[in-house]
Design a protein around this ligand. Sequence first.
Ligand SMILES: Cc1cc2nc3c(=O)[nH]c(=O)nc-3n(C[C@H](O)[C@H](O)[C@H](O)COP(=O)(O)OP(=O)(O)OC[C@H]3O[C@@H](n4cnc5c(N)ncnc54)[C@H](O)[C@@H]3O)c2cc1C
Ligand code: SF4
Length: 331
Amino acid sequence: MHDFAYHRPRSSAEAVQLLARSQPGARYFAGGTTLFDLMKLGVEAPATVIDIGRVEGLREIDASDRAELRIGALAAMSDVAEHPVVQREFTALSESLWKAASQQLRNMASVGGNLLQRTRCAYFRGGPEFACNKRVPGSGCAALAGVNRGHAVLGGSEACVAVYPGDWAVALAAFDAQVDTLSPRGERAVAVRELHRAPGATPHLETVLAADELIVRIRVPRTPAGRASTYHKIRDRESYAFALASAAVGLHLRANRVVDARIALGGVATHPWRALEAERSLVGRPFTQAAARRAAEIAFAQAKPLEHNGFKVALGIETVTDALMLARDRS
Ligand SMILES: Cc1cc2nc3c(=O)[nH]c(=O)nc-3n(C[C@H](O)[C@H](O)[C@H](O)COP(=O)(O)OP(=O)(O)OC[C@H]3O[C@@H](n4cnc5c(N)ncnc54)[C@H](O)[C@@H]3O)c2cc1C
Ligand code: SF4
């Protein structure tokens, strides 16, 4: 690994100032489970690493507010997954964390760092011999004509078809979560649904955050649909594997009529994918298995499969249908 400068600030304000004063390419470091991986692979080579692990006030999980849950960006994935209020009232969020990575990783990794993990596309991580627009803008995309079984069927472009790999952001997007950030320009809130960019012609630009912007907390509104929710994840192995297809789903039913429906997709799209049309097809109507299936088909109506990943459309439709039936049972 290359040499780099290392700082360990004690406050958010100090962290932000340190990063703003550093050379371009400096990075925050929370659990390090993504960043150090990418540094060892040579995908990232920051000249400065700012370790935010000792920053005070970023680990709290505050469930005291009646309107929303507040989670510090440094809270460990495992602590959030195990929190009784998260399990009871934000079930899909808890499940999205339980079904991610391994117990060791969940103990080490932060929920803020999880949001900013980068794609697992093998060409992106594989080294300079592979063309990759995300890694070297303008160099091409080896996945388009290569092995693309794990790649996206939704949201891809001619420049990049890499899947956004995370689970947590998919669940957060379904329930209209926001992230609060701090930078030298002050604080702002960003909807998780708008945090990740579609690749378009610039796949190297992955989020709407500025390089010096620190995520300080995540806020999730309390909703009846959040209580009757699930995160359904299909993968090659039952644990310790990324999603081939996943769905974060929540339902609010009154006398079996749908008052509110939430559907977000993972493992199939270039960014956490909210299926708004599919949600609209359910709202105001009686909930039936046929309606669930129709909503799932609508969610994949715009899918554009590649040579090796056509199976994701059928798998995704089954995943969403099953998730909706699970959420119905919980409502
Ligand atoms: C083998 C393996 C399997 C995995 N499986 C899954 C899986 O199935 N599902 C899943 O969702 N994830 C999975 N992951 C990813 C894992 O969950 C992430 O690596 C982890 O959540 C990242 O958190 P971290 O705190 O370690 O982030 P870091 O590695 O410290 O940081 C990640 C990125 O976020 C930035 N960053 C960190 N914190 C902040 C902040 N507060 N503000 C601004 N920027 C910040 C860093 O600069 C860096 O760019 C897996 C990882 C591994 C290694
Ligand atoms: S899919 Fe994206 S990340 Fe993968 S090789 Fe193509 S440009 Fe790179």
